[in-house]
Design a protein around this ligand. Structure first.
Ligand SMILES: [Zn+2]
Length: 166
């Protein structure tokens, strides 16, 4: 069974689950099959259906978790978007800076970025960007993940399940 087939079957058996399913697959390698590679395959699951992380044609959209509302989207309707940073112009505390920037002075950028669904783009008046705003290099402003995301960038606010195909 491929990871995709396993995820599909698991999702069907758990129609109440909304979150991320990590499918661990093992492939024998080498002659005699005594080496093994282990791979973690990430699937988004809701309503008894599953979808692997993917981009829309043209790479303008993608599926996954909306960082504003926390909903899972199986279809590639999510976009990078920016919204005004409520703390624009205020000094950035040292503990929010990446390691290599600690000790330097930054102020919050006018805009902060996040991954958002169409509903949240409309509701929070966000502006869709193609590749995200990104940090502004060599500039004393700090474009951060929008506070609407509330820790979502690593998808930690979403339930995770694991399925080992061993
Ligand atoms: Zn949303």
């Amino acid at each position: 069974m491929t990871p995709g087939q396993a995820a599909k079957k698991w999702a069907k058996e758990h129609p109440e689950f909304t979150g991320i399913l990590l499918v661990i697959s093992h492939t024998r390698k080498g002659r005699g099959g005594w080496g093994q590679t282990t791979r973690t395959n990430k699937f988004f699951v809701r309503d008894g259906k599953s979808a692997q992380r993917r981009d829309a044609p043209g790479r303008q959209g993608f599926n996954g978790v909306c960082w504003a509302c926390g909903q899972i989207y199986l279809k590639t309707v999510l976009r990078w978007a920016v919204g005004p940073d409520p703390q624009a112009g205020e000094p950035v505390p040292d503990d929010e800076l990446w390691q290599s920037y600690k000790g330097e002075s930054f102020v919050y950028h006018e805009y902060a970025q996040l991954r958002a669904c169409p509903k949240c783009v409309e509701e929070h008046n966000l502006t869709i960007t193609f590749l995200g705003l990104g940090p502004v290099w060599a500039c004393p402003t700090w474009a951060r993940i929008h506070p609407l995301a509330d820790g979502m960038p690593v998808d930690t606010n979403v339930p995770h399940e694991m399925l080992d195909l061993r």
